[in-house]
Design a protein around this ligand. Structure first.
Ligand SMILES: NC(=O)c1ccc[n+]([C@@H]2O[C@H](COP(=O)([O-])OP(=O)(O)OC[C@H]3O[C@@H](n4cnc5c(N)ncnc54)[C@H](O)[C@@H]3O)[C@@H](O)[C@H]2O)c1
Length: 421
């Protein structure tokens, strides 16, 4: 069993402290609030969280938990310090990092510099990517100087939900351990050894960003669901039935599909139908701000990718575009983002060749033909075959569909926009 100090006894820290004692660890709770510390030391919970007060009472009775306002010398034989202080919104929307900075200074000053094994300091508060490297590490380095090896920093985001916090603590959706080089940390592995969940070892920044991605996605889901709900209410559609059908689709809807950063959306259906839903929503006064932003954010992404592909290229460079249709094995050019990219490249003065084995210009018909020639009038002149591709010399190869690795090309010239790494 380990000796663990928990800094910040709010919703996250106090739940962690209680659950750690349930596992048999010895816990020192540290908070700047005298009232909180006194209450917890009496076995009372200052916050309402189902099951927590029982855990705290048992821990105090069994001498597994003691709380204090000053860690002082007490970190001497502690294996692991877990930081759960608040990071509330600042006036400009950024996180207020003053509690993080302050607690880091306190921990750095309380570490025994002569300790045999480093103290693991694991941050659980939500902090912006780069905080460990740019704020916390310099604080420790400033205080500890050449003894910086006395600590090992970890970022370990917290995924619990209030009111279900104890259940979530023992059954998290995942465990993310961020370290300087992405390697495991012995104390974190010991901490999590009884918890069944997928474990991801990453560098600091990916671990720090995880929580922002999760919480923003949850917010997108709630906002989207409510926009759909508003449209349903206005049109006398049962939102409950629509929801039931929606979540039953675990192939395309509730699935990893359409979640990987990469190319913009396009094709003959998505842009058209999003545009039409926008029209319906505004017609019935549903004010669907999220849905209304989809085409604009998609256009922004198209431009971002164009700049990403051409950042290092000189005007007049020869660019090979792999894939013109909206996806591979299709010859549908309607609203293909790759057509927009091709047009932008040509307008910006690049020499463009396009390789798309699914496309035969003289086979394009109907709206597809009209779209292709109104957006790329010189289409037949820029399409090349496999032989030309293999003989050609290109300054950059833009891979829109993941086909580059299988082709005989200078792979060092490939810019992959199909999947952003
Ligand atoms: N509440 C949640 O459901 C939840 C879930 C996941 C992540 N988080 C993140 O975890 C962090 C903590 O959230 P919370 O809801 O528990 O916050 P909270 O405000 O309930 O608790 C923070 C505690 O830290 C204490 N504190 C401040 N400075 C301190 C210091 N120098 N030393 C010791 N204690 C100090 C405060 O007195 C307070 O008791 C935040 O970054 C939050 O975004 C919260």
């Amino acid at each position: 069993m380990m000796k663990i100090a928990v800094f910040g006894l709010g919703y996250v820290g106090l739940t962690a402290a209680g659950c750690l004692t349930k596992e048999g660890h010895q816990v020192i709770g540290v908070d700047i609030s005298n009232d909180k510390v006194n209450e917890i030391n009496k076995g009372l919970s200052p916050i309402k969280e189902p099951g927590l007060e029982d855990l705290l009472k048992t821990a105090i009775d069994n001498n597994l938990l003691h709380c204090t306002t000053n860690a002082g010398e007490k970190l001497g034989d502690v294996d692991l310090a877990i930081v759960c202080v608040g990071t509330p919104s600042g006036p400009d929307g950024s996180h207020n990092m003053s509690y993080i900075a302050e607690v880091s200074r306190q921990i750095a000053s309380s570490v025994d510099r002569t300790r045999k094994t480093p103290l693991t300091v694991a941050y659980r508060s939500t902090i912006r990517p780069g905080t460990i490297e740019e704020l916390i590490l310099p604080i420790f380095a400033g205080v500890l100087g050449p003894d910086i090896g006395a600590v090992q920093l970890v970022y370990n985001p917290e995924f619990l939900r209030e009111a279900l916090a104890i259940k979530d603590y023992f059954n998290p959706p995942k465990i993310v351990i961020g370290t300087a080089d992405g390697s495991p940390n012995i104390h974190m592995d010991e901490l999590n050894k009884n918890i069944q969940a997928p474990v991801f070892y990453t560098k600091f920044r990916e671990a720090e960003f995880t929580k922002f991605v999760d919480n923003s996605f949850h917010a997108v889901k709630v906002a989207f669901a409510n926009e759909i709900g508003r449209i349903c209410m206005q049109l006398d559609i049962s939102a409950a039935t629509v929801h039931k059908i929606f979540v039953s689709d675990t192939k395309l809807n509730i699935s990893p599909y359409y979640t990987r950063p990469g190319g913009p959306f396009g094709g003959s259906c998505l842009p058209k139908d999003v545009r039409a839903l926008q029209y319906i929503a505004s017609d019935v006064g549903a004010h669907t701000h999220l849905i209304d932003s989809l085409l604009r954010t998609n256009e922004a992404h198209k431009h971002f990718l164009f700049e990403h592909c051409t950042r290092t290229l000189e005007k007049g460079s020869h660019v090979l575009l792999l894939g013109l249709a909206f996806k591979s094995d299709s010859d549908d050019l309607r609203e293909s983002p790759n057509v927009d990219l091709a047009r932008k490249l040509m307008q910006a003065g690049f020499k463009l060749s396009v390789y798309d084995p699914s496309l035969r210009p003289n086979h394009l018909v109907g709206q597809n033909l009209g779209y292709a020639y109104s957006h790329l009038p010189g289409l037949s002149n820029i399409l090349i075959g496999l032989e030309e591709l293999e003989k050609g010399s290109f300054d950059a190869i833009v891979d829109t569909n993941g086909s580059a690795p299988a082709l005989s090309l200078d792979q060092s010239k490939v810019v992959n926009i199909h999947a952003i790494a």
